[in-house]
Design a protein around this ligand. Structure first.
Ligand SMILES: [Ca+2]
Ligand SMILES: [Ca+2]
Ligand SMILES: [Zn+2]
Length: 218
């Protein structure tokens, strides 16, 4: 009888200790996270059942930094091999929960809804991640064949997209973009202003990348 009561008392102590650890852990998470909730890899899926967050977010993503920390052309492949066909490679992406710059600015001829087909999936994931945190994702530029961007810019193939989000801020947006599976994410902070998050992808299927960002292999 005494042994049983000792075991019972131990069980109560363990249960209380466990509940305390859980309570402290969840409290820490909410304090540390503030209004921004980092994505959890196993939570949520797109309509086709594929996951929304495919990578853990980095702890920090300061201005003028990029993930992975290497040159974009090495990760995504340059545009210089000319393996690009607008008719074959571009897709039209729309979502009423997103603000598209070209919908409001009729002075330019670019269409921010036009993106490379390999950029659509991470973009759709990112829209979900941003919306889930109460943010309005803003698309400023995607496929832009003329002017503005450098001659070797991946925007000229629709493999890059420039984004902001006032509600969650650019550092958090960059973290979410990395979780959404873009191959390259840059928090661009030019000295003359216009801070944004530039995200890009490598081509899939018909050109082998020089560096596989997911496997870490060259
Ligand atoms: Ca414009
Ligand atoms: Ca634009
Ligand atoms: Zn860009």
């Amino acid at each position: 009888m005494k042994t049983l009561s000792v075991i019972g008392a131990c069980a109560v102590v363990i249960a209380i200790a466990g509940a305390t650890v859980l309570a402290v852990a969840s409290g820490l998470r909410s304090i540390r996270g503030g209004r921004f909730a980092p994505p959890e890899l196993s939570v949520g899926a797109l309509a086709d059942g594929s996951p929304i967050a495919v990578r853990a977010p980095p702890k920090s993503f300061p201005p003028d930094s990029n993930m992975p920390p290497m040159k974009e052309a090495l990760v995504c492949g340059s545009i210089e091999d000319k393996d690009f066909s607008p008719a074959r490679d571009l897709v039209f992406v729309d979502d009423p929960r997103v603000w598209w710059e070209s919908d409001t600015d009729k002075a330019d001829d670019e269409d921010d809804h036009s993106v490379h087909r390999d950029l659509e999936l991470p973009l759709r994931r990112l829209i979900e991640l941003v919306c889930a945190r109460g943010g309005l994702l803003k698309v400023h530029d995607s496929y832009r064949p003329q002017s503005v961007h450098k001659s070797i810019s991946l925007h000229k193939e629709g493999r890059a997209i420039d984004l902001t989000c006032d509600e969650i801020g650019l550092e958090n947006l960059a973290k979410l973009a990395w979780s959404a599976g873009f191959d390259f994410v840059l928090y661009e902070a030019p000295s003359n202003g216009g801070d944004h998050v530039h995200c890009s992808v490598r081509r899939r299927g018909h050109v082998q990348p020089r560096f596989d960002v997911n496997s870490g292999r060259k």
